[in-house]
Design a binder for this molecule. Structure first.
Ligand code: 13P
Length: 254
């Protein structure tokens, strides 16, 4: 299969509470990964820390956790892809399940955001995933999410998108969360590629970068890549502790 660099996206969510802690975490991670080859690491802190953290990154890229679907205008409280681009961001996480569940984001809204992010020349990291661990029903749900999110996006733009398979039941903050098995991951990613073939074509289905997210840590990362066929990971909790996150990235090249 066509292989790009392994991509590890650190989603810090709404942590930490203090800027000095955020800067310390970013600085330690930057130091710890600076000699790692073949892995792209993107740190996605809360918006308020982006400017300061950017100053401390060289090897790691910067990303945001959300954005709006217009570049400028009377949209109180929103932050646009054009603004994020100017701050030095390269990635934007879109459609995270926490945004769907707490803020009611729909596939239609995410579709507009994907377009705006691509227009600003940023890379969208688009999350899809089912709520419950139910065999069978998962496929229809994931296909429905992909159809809505990618509606009418031209194939020339699709190749720039990163998809993240993030089953909600596997996210560490959920009660009784447990990571997907590498087999779950492999089967779902293979299904996603089949669905992408139906939505576009074989080349796009084959070349799309697909990450796995959900309770990824330094001990299990490798199995998601080797056995689960993921091309990287979207990491929450394990990205908030520098030593653990550096170990996670380092384990990829061991
Ligand atoms: P955890 O790695 O904490 O399970 O979070 C996953 C996630 O939601 C990343 O976007």
């Amino acid at each position: 299969m066509y292989m790009k660099k392994t991509l590890i996206v650190a989603n810090w969510k709404m942590y930490p509470l203090d800027e000095d802690v955020a800067v310390e975490l970013a600085t330690k991670v930057e130091q710890g990964i600076k000699n790692v080859e073949g892995v792209e690491v993107a740190l996605c802190p809360p918006f308020v820390y982006l400017i300061e953290i950017k100053k401390h990154l060289a090897k790691a890229s910067l990303g945001a956790q959300n954005t709006f679907w217009e570049q400028e205008g009377a949209y109180t409280g929103e932050i646009s892809p054009a603004m994020l681009k100017k701050l030095g961001c390269s990635y934007v996480i879109l459609g995270h399940s926490e945004r769907k569940n707490f803020l009611g984001e729909t596939p239609e809204m995410i579709n507009q955001k994907v377009r705006a992010v691509l227009a600003a020349k940023l890379i969208p990291v688009v999350c899809i995933g089912e709520k419950k661990r139910l065999k069978g029903a998962i496929r229809a749900e994931l296909e429905w999410q992909m159809k809505g999110i990618f509606k009418d996006i031209p194939s020339s733009a699709i190749s720039k998108i990163v998809l993240a398979y993030e089953p909600e039941w596997a996210i560490s903050s959920q009660v009784h969360a447990q990571p997907a098995t590498p087999q779950d991951c492999k089967e779902t990613i293979s299904f996603m590629r089949d669905a992408l073939k139906g939505l576009w074509d074989e080349t796009i289905a084959k070349n799309m970068t697909i990450l796995y997210g959900g309770s990824v840590n330094s001990s299990n990362i490798k199995e998601f890549l080797l056995e689960g066929n993921a091309q990287g990971a979207l990491v929450g909790f394990a990205s908030l502790e520098a030593e653990e996150f550096i170990k996670l990235v380092g384990n990829l090249i061991k």
